[in-house]
Ligand binder design. Structure first.
Ligand code: NAD
Ligand code: DAU
Length: 348
């Protein structure tokens, strides 16, 4: 079994690569990543010497390169995570999101079809997507797999579009596919532009905590290793052609989460209780800011037996510990030091 994992040097991808490399020594795992600002091979130091692991630096927007790679490697499966993933960046630079998330996904679908056309048995294209494709909830209800798509940001529109293309390749060409749509992840190795690692880093450095609007938006948080485990379960046991929602049943208003994070940080840094909260600064709201996300993952729980493994307070503490124990990782990704290193190592 030779599986291509795209975006494996990123946050979630690195947890998925580690899980597959360690759990399936009989599989060959190829990690394909462009190493954008968000891709960091440091995340995979512990598996890079494993015999069943290989890294390829490539750009999924390069269709010819994808066709050549698939023709040479004859992958049996693809787990596709490579994407531009940050909503605020998509507002500033939407074209990059269309290129990577839409064109890049179509290139991979094409490349997979080119080698699986005659023999689809045992093959699978697994597309990792987001709950943001469903749009925004207000007070009640949960996103189910049947919720109509209603994306609002360039990021979520690009992910929604990529989901539609995956289903088009299923329906038109019979490509074996599966899609999962997950809620907000947190944990080790998340780039410090996203809420939790950004605020951990700012609290460490006694910098302001920019809460958008009034902090009343709600997100459903899931421990990243639980997401990686869900991907494993769906890859191996999910029904081809289906969609599975993945979520933590763990809704938090941003301001409540930030207050909890402040108190954990005060405790871990030995600062007086309430000190970090003074850093909270309300700033102009994100344009098109979705009010609430909340996932109904009962299909995944019922059909495949997956459930989240740890409570949020515990996961948040472990996350804080990881960032405090890895100041070098934080320093290098915020200073751009690692990108200079990559340019030297890999060019580009
Ligand atoms: P990330 O930004 O941390 O990592 C993305 C990875 O993709 C990076 O390693 C980057 O170098 C790589 N990449 C970007 N453009 C590329 C290109 N053109 N060619 C090859 N590689 C490229 O993202 P993440 O948070 O780990 O998200 C991974 C996937 O999971 C994405 O598809 C995202 O939409 C989805 N997702 C994320 C969350 C979340 O909370 N972070 C939740 C649900 C779904
Ligand atoms: O729901 C899944 C999605 O979760 C993924 O598909 C995305 O890739 C991922 O980035 C995440 O999107 P969000 O926009 O929800 O995550 P972010 O960490 O950017 O923001 C979380 C909430 O916190 C959101 O309501 C905006 C708010 N926020 C964020 C930042 C960065 C702030 O108030 N201040 C900030 O500085």
């Amino acid at each position: 079994m030779h599986i291509l994992i795209t975006g494996g040097a990123g946050f979630i991808g690195s947890h998925v690569v580690r899980r597959f490399v360690n759990a399936y020594p009989g599989y060959r795992i190829t990690n394909l990543d462009k190493l954008t600002y968000a891709g960091n091979l440091e995340n995979l130091r512990d598996v890079e010497a494993c015999d069943n692991y290989r890294f390829v630096r490539a750009d999924i927007t390069d269709g010819d390169a994808m066709l050549e790679l698939f023709a040479a490697e004859r992958f049996d499966g693809v787990i596709h995570l490579a994407a531009e993933s940050h909503v605020d960046r998509s507002i500033a630079n939407p074209i990059e999101f269309v290129m990577t998330n839409v064109v890049g996904t179509v290139n991979l679908l094409n490349a997979a079809l080119s080698i699986w056309k005659e023999a689809k048995e045992g093959r699978l294209f697994y597309h990792v997507s987001t709950d943001e494709v469903y749009g925004s909830l207000f007070d009640e209800g949960l996103f189910t797999e049947a919720t109509p798509y209603d994306p609002h940001s360039p990021y979520s529109a690009s992910k929604a579009s990529s989901d539609h293309f995956v289903r088009a390749w299923r329906d038109t060409y019979g490509l074996p596919v599966v899609i999962s749509n997950c809620s907000n992840n947190y944990g080790a190795c998340q780039f410090p532009e996203k809420l939790i690692p950004l605020f951990i880093n700012n609290i460490r450095n006694s910098k302001p905590l920019p809460v958008y609007g009034r902090g009343e938006n709600v997100r459903d948080w899931l421990w990243v290793e639980d997401h990686a485990r869900a991907i494993d379960v769906i890859y191996h046991n999910g029904k081809h052609g289906e969609t599975y929602n993945i979520g933590g049943h763990n809704e938090w208003r941003n301001i409540d989460l930030v207050r909890l994070l402040c108190s954990v940080m005060d405790e871990k840094l030995g600062r007086p209780a309430g000190g970090s909260e003074k850093l909270i600064t309300y700033v102009t709201d994100r344009a098109g800011h979705d009010q609430r996300y909340a996932i109904d993952s009962s299909k995944l729980q019922r059909e495949l037996g997956w459930i989240p493994s740890i409570r949020f307070e515990e996961g948040l503490r472990r996350t804080v510990d990881w960032y405090l124990e890895n100041p070098g990782w934080l320093r290098s990704v915020t200073s751009g030091e690692y990108r200079t290193y990559y340019r030297r190592m890999y060019g580009g």
